[in-house]
Design a protein around this ligand. Structure first.
Ligand SMILES: [Zn+2]
Length: 422
């Protein structure tokens, strides 16, 4: 009997909370960027966790129920919650602690403590979804981090996680040790037919939403980047992941690493620094997206002593500007993703600013961070646009970032799943 009463109370409480959660919230900014274009004097109505209506303010106000909550957002732009395409929540800037030392000397509990804060900073900067491309030695700890966010234990963006990522034996790091000792690596080593299938499946079984591979890395004869997996190995990983409904993405910066990754069937190329017109053409043909991580290269060059705006641009930066422009001209679809962790979490907008600095219009850059990333990551039925029926992941900023991209940092409100975060 006691049990029944408790159950009844529970049901009533749940119903009541649903009723209040279902009340309408009408957001009235100067304009709505719907993920593709600006709509002046438009508004958005949220009901529960979904977008209920997107229309001109005049139309919305004709039929708005009296008890709807109206949120006036003068001088503001409303956008879909931004989608970070390349983050590492388990890393923090390399000028604070080197990557090697983070992987080898920081306890995983410490790295998780940092990841919790990084997730919160990411969300509060307006990034309501993030693709985390590898824990870099923190094993499967992104699985627990994602669950803690989904369960509401901590706040953070909805996550698409890669878990450990796959590397060919010997190719990755940390590596500056005696060959006599075995050093833990920043990703999982796997090679050949059986091993690759097994480790790909194991990562999926443990919670990977996608498989990330390193198609090349700095293990060349003179320390330069060189290809890792063979084309057949990449095809095998892609097929194994695909049969379980997971996409494969590749770190690649050399021509041959990129070529194998593209022909092997990966969906996004991360970095792509040394792409050539032929490679860009191939990517455009195969509909492979480029996640250029401009901000990471910029940050690393500065950590190495380059004084931006004072010194001449290093070769690496000059080359990146050229290859990125070539990719744009070839019609390669551009993902938004900065390789956050190399630089500070919460500073994700740095990549947007650099995309504009390197030749994209602010509107094109914003499309990458919303609708294009949603399409690329297969989440466009949930997020990435301001559209009826999608989840109410919404960012409101002061100003107009389609004109002045830095306005994206003037965060006024963030909603995730219809809930006001900030
Ligand atoms: Zn990365």
């Amino acid at each position: 009997m006691y049990f029944r009463k408790t159950l009844l109370l529970f049901i009533i409480a749940t119903c009541l909370s649903k009723v209040s959660a279902q009340s309408l919230v009408y957001l009235r900014p100067d304009r709505v960027f719907d993920g593709e274009k600006n709509l002046e004097k438009y508004g958005v109505v949220i009901k529960g966790n979904k977008i209920e209506q997107v229309d001109s303010q005049a139309n919305i106000e004709k039929s708005l129920p009296k008890d709807a909550k109206i949120v006036d957002l003068k001088n503001c732009t409303l956008l879909p919650g931004l989608i970070e395409g390349h983050t590492h929540l388990f890393l923090h800037p390399y000028n604070e602690v080197t990557w090697d030392d983070q992987v080898l000397k920081e306890p995983r509990s410490y790295r998780t403590a940092r990841a919790v804060i990084h997730a919160e900073k990411t969300l509060k900067a307006g990034f309501t979804t993030a693709r985390d491309l590898g824990t870099e030695g923190a094993e499967f700890d992104d699985v627990g981090l994602k669950k803690a966010i989904d369960d509401g234990v901590i706040i953070g963006p909805r996550l698409l996680i890669a878990t450990k990522a796959l590397i060919a034996t010997g190719s990755y790091g940390p590596r500056t040790f005696s060959p006599d000792i075995k050093v833990p690596q920043g990703a999982e080593e796997a090679d050949g037919f059986d091993d690759l299938i097994k480790k790909t499946r194991n990562q999926i079984g443990k919670g990977a939403d996608l498989i990330k591979i390193y198609a090349d890395y700095r293990w060349g004869l003179r320390g330069e980047a060189a290809p890792t997996f063979s084309l057949d190995e990449i095809k095998l990983i892609v097929a194994t992941a695909q049969s379980a409904g997971r996409p494969t993405v590749a770190h690649a910066s050399t021509v041959e690493g990129m070529r194998r990754a593209i022909l092997g069937g990966v969906e996004t190329i991360e970095h792509g620094d040394n792409g050539t017109p032929e490679i860009w053409k191939l990517m455009a043909e195969k509909n492979v997206y480029l996640c250029a991580t401009l901000a990471a290269g910029d940050a690393i060059s500065q950590y190495r002593g380059w004084k931006k705006g004072v010194d001449e641009e290093p070769e690496r930066i000059k080359k990146k500007r050229i290859t990125f422009k070539q990719a744009l001209e070839a019609g390669v679809k551009i993902c938004f993703g900065g390789d956050v962790g190399v630089f500070a979490h919460g500073d994700n907008a740095r990549e947007l600013e650099m995309m504009v600095e390197y030749g994209m219009s602010p509107t094109e850059a914003l499309k990458s961070a919303t609708s294009i990333n949603a399409d690329a990551f297969h989440i466009n039925k949930e997020v990435g646009r301001i559209k009826n029926g999608l989840l109410a992941d919404i960012l409101v900023v002061e100003g107009n970032p389609s004109q002045t991209i830095t306005d994206i940092r003037k965060v006024k409100k963030v909603y995730k799943n219809g809930v006001l975060v900030e």
